[in-house]
Design a binder for this molecule. Structure first.
Ligand SMILES: [Zn+2]
Length: 289
């Protein structure tokens, strides 16, 4: 079901015109916009953030490994899913991976910033893309699975987002979430990315449980690379020159390949049922019963 952004009534049908108050969402850059006042604001993001990100994702071990982990989790925990919404789809890198691996899944993607959607649209013909504020999701029991990958840590009202995800997902469906793990790993990269927090295991599981979800699985990942992360945090603190956000991606292709192999091995352990207590990120899979 759709939910009217003006009067909050829920309704069915192809058309977005509300049968109660006759209002309908704006259209910006050819796409539905449910929170137009926020669409062009980039809340602290650098202007060229999305174009830089789009270039970096495709080759980078971290993004590539995360995609494989997410696709595995989708298949393993939601084999019957027919519809999938990604909140905060950015440039569409995750959705393009899901589209390739699971071509029968009907995909939707949302972003608060319409600039990211422009990149996503080039990559994702046939995917329903729209602009919205995750604190006000205009759907009720609509999607089989909703994903938010490294999104919640950007939002002050993360619990509001989780309860909106609960409303928007169908009974028997669920959520896939990734967030940065461990407050003690906070670094300049978190400041640069405008993170509000990094999560403790307990904080994430409590918030997801309070929203109504049953937690099917929670594990840290990028765990085997934790020693390297600690070393690079330490070096960041020692350096005297200003923080260079690009430096994080500035690794040789042989190191990139080696790190990707380590994370391939780690994923095999997660698939076999091992849950890591510590690591760079947390993966959570929850179900709405
Ligand atoms: Zn209405």
């Amino acid at each position: 079901m759709k939910v009217c952004s003006s009067c909050n009534s829920a309704f069915d049908g192809e058309n977005w015109r509300c049968p109660e108050c006759f209002s309908q969402p704006d259209v910006i850059d050819g796409r539905l916009s449910f929170a137009p006042s926020l669409a062009k604001e980039s809340e602290g993001f650098e202007a060229d953030y999305f174009s830089r990100l789009a270039k970096q994702e495709a080759g980078n071990f971290w993004f590539r490994s995360r995609n494989r982990l997410l696709i595995w989790a989708l298949r393993r925990y939601f084999p019957a899913a027919e519809t999938f919404l990604e909140i905060g789809c950015g440039t569409g890198f995750v959705l393009s991976g899901v589209k390739e691996a699971l071509p029968s899944l009907a995909l939707s993607g949302s972003e608060i910033f319409s600039e990211g959607l422009g990149f996503a649209a080039q990559r994702l013909p046939g995917v329903d893309l729209f602009q919205m504020d995750a604190r006000r999701i205009p759907f009720r029991e609509e999607f089989d699975v909703i994903g938010a990958f490294d999104v919640l840590e950007h939002v002050k009202q993360d619990e509001e987002v989780l309860s909106q995800m609960y409303q928007a997902v169908r009974k028997g469906g669920g959520i896939l979430i990734t967030v940065p793990h461990h407050p003690f790993l906070w670094s300049d990269s978190d400041d640069f990315a405008r993170h509000v927090r990094r999560y403790k295991w307990r904080e994430l599981s409590n918030k997801v449980g309070n929203a109504g979800f049953e937690i099917l699985r929670i594990t840290s990942f990028v765990s085997l690379l934790l020693p390297f992360m600690l070393l690079s945090r330490y070096k960041q603190r020692l350096r005297s020159k200003p923080f260079d956000p690009a430096a994080e991606f500035d690794i040789s292709s042989s190191i990139n390949t080696a790190l990707e192999r380590v994370l391939d091995g780690e994923r095999a352990l997660i698939r076999a049922g091992l849950s890591f207590p510590a690591g760079g990120s947390l993966l959570l899979i929850g179900r709405r019963n």
